[in-house]
Ligand binder design. Structure first.
Ligand code: ADP
Ligand code: ASP
Ligand code: MG
Length: 814
């Protein structure tokens, strides 16, 4: 014989029930089909009961919804010729249900006993309707009320089997005597010795099926649900989760105990004792392999099998000097919780015996708090013990695997992964079987924690980077293009999975949690919400993804002031915007401090020399113990472009205009031509070399006439260049006469920095610098005479974008 169980979604409507019939009709042996209530009906019944008991008329609306669901399903499933009998039976049952709800309404109370009676209608009706549908479809089918077979105590809401021998023989006798090939029964429902309806706990239909399978020594038990097996983590939260092909009873039990809802925890026990395997299958994809739960035969299996979590956990801690060395405190603590029927999910006790801490369901917290404080009232009054400390809004995450005990370092890996993602761990517990390591964390971090752990333990070092990009103009759009082109390469070769989740320009912003399409991001962005820097940050923070990176491609001061918010929330920052790093020293050092404290890299390689690896090299020199003595550099691709192209046969204005149009200058070209941009760059290099310096300490001899410097917009600025062409020609001639070239040079030596135009003679390292190239000479203790030279294109959207991309990849390898 076989037992097949179909869950709520599998029987949610007529269409799904047809799929169930297809599966059942393929069974060649005698089969027990256990069904849940139509999906969502149990919740509706509980809601109706609740509303009725607090005198809310709206319970009638909920009842009507329940009625409609069942009547409609009958009309869709059962041919008209057979309908009237089924409709009349179901209507009779619904009338009784309505009377029960009315009872609750008039009494103004709902007892656990009445609640179970009401809730049992979900499975009673679904199983009856499905059995009639099977009969109408010509399947050899009978209906059986499972309350007649499964006998429990009177612990309503979560009743336990009173006497397995009795239940087993009722089941055996029934199936031995029935002639029908198929028997349809409702899961979840049972009855007490007195004959009252009871229920086996939410999700309990799995348990019903297992009890029946064990009683009749079934060949196997199949749990048909809405996912293709038991997954390495809840597939609704971790998209990369995979179905586990084989898993041991113990592992499955541990995973389900720690929240893998796909299997109700007590389900394992009855079949484990009989060695009957459980298959978890997908009603909506019957061909997929699913999961087989059996004895652990695999001695060298994976260490971590799965990760599960339970939301809505509260921690209760009992603390006080009066607990040390006093026997019996723990006993009383646990006894009082047990008497109050509160189940404990997790326990930890400090070895000093100074405190006991338990994790329980948040639903039980009020009862538990009152019970404990009353139990220890005397000690609390003497201040030997503090009133129980309650912490809410927590969750438990657990790593599960039979082979974890043989492996060192798993918990280290687990906690460092959580730490890197700034997930605060409140409590750690390891099951004595060492089959599980669990941690209590904030509820709001669950998604991030599960995904980060899943990535670490199951995705062969693949790392997902979640990007939030502000500024999609020149540089930003190039960056998006490069990401699109390299995505596959990075995934295949560097195991980096790059996903752009949010983008914004100055007008609109757009988010897509599944990743923005890099083909038509422009259209999507245009359809987005109004741009707002604070809202952008709030959204990034609220999504709370692991490995989140904020990328600033703007030149905005306001945007640069938001970096601290990102870093404080462990969101890395990558920027080509120089403003933050060249702002007041305190702000620069605060950002570096926050990056370190919150484990979130703050990278700005493109602040100097666009894509050239200048800052990174500097960091490596210093980290390896070298000391910077002097820096000489041509750091402005824009100014280099201007002075390489400017001559007596051109005008200064036209060359500057061309530089701006080619994207070689900042949007406001005066920032480059006034020398501010170069001053900022040498300031950043000085700071990165370990010197404390501010922008006003940098000597800057401007070459622009005062009039041009005083302009306040680009139009006036360009007009002033035309007007002052003579002075620019003089500047050129003076240098040309000496056979020199004009170069805008930045220098740092002995703690002092300066920037300015210089006449560079033939033979100098700077003389042949072409186009928009940059060059940096690092004179260090290890390179005192022959400097280390970095040279190459130092401006342009493409190279800047690639520099940002390189920073993103650095974070990926972090
Ligand atoms: P049914 O109504 O069929 O009993 P449930 O809703 O009780 O289905 O259980 C299936 C659900 O369990 C899935 O839809 C999924 O959201 C959830 N789930 C949680 N953890 C896991 C896991 N590790 N593997 C598979 N499903 C899981
Ligand atoms: N219908 C019950 C519930 O929703 C039992 C089950 O589906 O397993 O909890
Ligand atoms: Mg279930």
């Amino acid at each position: 014989m076989k037992v097949l169980k179909f869950g709520g979604t599998s029987v949610a409507n007529a269409k799904n029930i047809e799929l169930v019939k297809d599966i059942v009709s393929k069974s060649t042996s005698k089969t027990a089909v256990v069904v849940s209530a139509f999906g969502g009906v149990t919740d509706l019944l509980l809601e109706a009961a609740q509303l009725a008991s607090i005198h809310q008329k709206s319970y009638k609306d909920v009842f009507l919804k329940i009625e409609e669901r069942h009547i409609n399903t009958i009309k869709e499933l059962i041919p008209v010729t057979n309908q009237s009998k089924v409709l009349s039976k179901v209507k009779t049952e619904l009338n009784i249900l309505e009377t029960l709800l009315e009872g609750a309404f008039f009494i103004g109370e709902i007892t656990p006993k009445l609640s179970d009676k009401i809730v049992s209608y979900g499975e009673l009706l679904s199983s009856y309707i499905i059995s009639e549908y099977f009969i109408a479809q010509g399947l050899n089918t009978a209906y059986k009320d499972s309350r007649e077979l499964i006998k429990t105590n009177a612990n309503y809401g979560k009743a336990a089997i009173k006497n397995f021998n009795e239940t087993n023989s009722l089941i055996k006798n029934f199936f031995n005597s029935t002639e029908s090939k198929i028997t349809v029964l409702g899961g979840f429902i049972a009855s007490s010795t007195q004959g009252d309806s009871t229920t086996l706990g939410r999700g309990g239909s799995d348990y019903t099926a297992s009890i029946i399978a064990a009683a009749i020594d079934a060949e196997n038990l199949e749990i048909w649900t809405d996912v293709s097996g038991m997954f390495t983590a809840n597939p609704r939260i971790v998209k990369q989760a995979k179905a586990i092909a084989n898993i041991s009873y113990e592992e499955a039990m541990e995973l389900s105990h720690f929240g893998a809802k796909v299997l109700y925890p007590p389900t394992i026990q009855p079949v484990l004792a009989k060695g009957i395997s459980i298959a978890i299958k997908n009603t909506f994809n019957p061909e997929s392999q699913g999961t087989i739960i059996t004895k652990n035969l695999d001695k060298n299996g994976r260490t971590v099998r799965g990760i599960s979590h339970i939301e809505n956990i509260s921690l209760l801690s009992l603390e006080g000097s009066g607990m040390v060395g006093i026997p019996g405190i723990s006993k009383r603590f646990f006894e009082v919780l047990s008497v109050a029927q509160i189940s404990i999910v997790l326990i930890t006790q400090a070895s000093s015996e100074h405190s006991i801490c338990v994790g329980i369901s948040a639903d039980d917290v009020t009862t538990a708090e009152a019970a404990i404080n009353s139990e220890f009232e005397y000690e609390i009054s003497l201040r030997k013990i503090k009133p129980v400390l309650v912490e809410n809004d927590l969750a438990i995450i657990a790593l599960v695997g039979d082979h974890m005990k043989n492996h060192q370092g798993l918990s280290g890996k687990m906690f460092s992964t959580l730490g890197k993602n700034n997930v605060n761990i409140r409590v750690i517990a390891q099951g004595s079987s060492e089959r599980n390591i669990s941690a209590v964390i904030d509820k709001c971090d669950v998604k991030k924690a599960l995904n980060a752990l899943h990535e670490k333990f199951f995705e062969e070092n693949t790392k997902q980077l979640n990007l939030f990009i502000m500024g999609v103009g020149n540089v930003g759009s190039k960056l998006l293009h490069q990401i699109k082109q390299q995505k596959k390469y990075l995934k295949d070769n560097l195991k980096l999975n790059i996903r752009v989740v949010g983008i914004s320009n100055s007008r609109t912003m757009f988010f897509d949690e599944d990743g923005i399409s890099l083909k038509n991001w422009e259209t999507q962005l245009a359809s987005g919400d109004k741009a707002d820097k604070e809202k952008f940050f709030s959204k990034v923070n609220e999504l709370n993804y692991r490995n989140s990176i904020f990328i600033d491609n703007t030149a905005s001061d306001v945007v640069s002031r938001t970096y601290a918010d990102y870093l404080r929330n462990s969101i890395s920052v990558v920027t080509c915007n120089k403003i933050a790093c060249s702002s007041e020293y305190d702000n620069y050092s605060k950002l570096k401090y926050l990056a370190q404290k919150y484990n979130a890299p703050f990278l700005f390689e493109t602040n100097v020399g666009a894509g050239l690896p200048i800052i990174d090299t500097l960091k490596h020199l210093i980290a390896s113990g070298d000391k910077i003595l002097k820096i000489q550099a041509v750091l402005s691709g824009s100014l280099n472009f201007v002075f390489n192209n400017f001559s007596s046969s051109t005008t200064f204005h036209d060359i500057v205009k061309e530089a701006q149009e080619e994207g070689y200058t900042e949007p406001d070209p005066k920032i480059d031509l006034s020398g501010i941009d170069v001053a900022r760059k040498i300031l950043i290099l000085a700071r990165e070399s370990g010197y404390k310096l501010d922008i006003d300490e940098i000597t800057n001899k401007p070459f622009l006439p005062k009039e041009s410097l005083a302009t306040t917009n680009n139009e006036d600025f360009f007009a002033s260049l035309i007007k002052n062409e003579d002075s620019f020609q003089d500047m050129f001639n003076e240098s040309d006469k000496k056979d020199c070239k004009l170069k805008y040079v930045a220098q740092f030596e002995n703690g002092k920095a300066s920037v300015g135009l210089q006449h560079i003679p033939k033979g100098h390292d700077f003389y042949n610098l072409e186009g928009s190239d940059n060059i940096v000479l690092f004179f260090t203790e290890r390179y005192p005479n022959q400097p280390m030279i970095i040279k190459g294109a130092g401006a342009g959207a493409d190279v800047t974008a690639s520099g940002i991309f390189a920073d993103i990849i650095r974070i990926g390898n972090f």
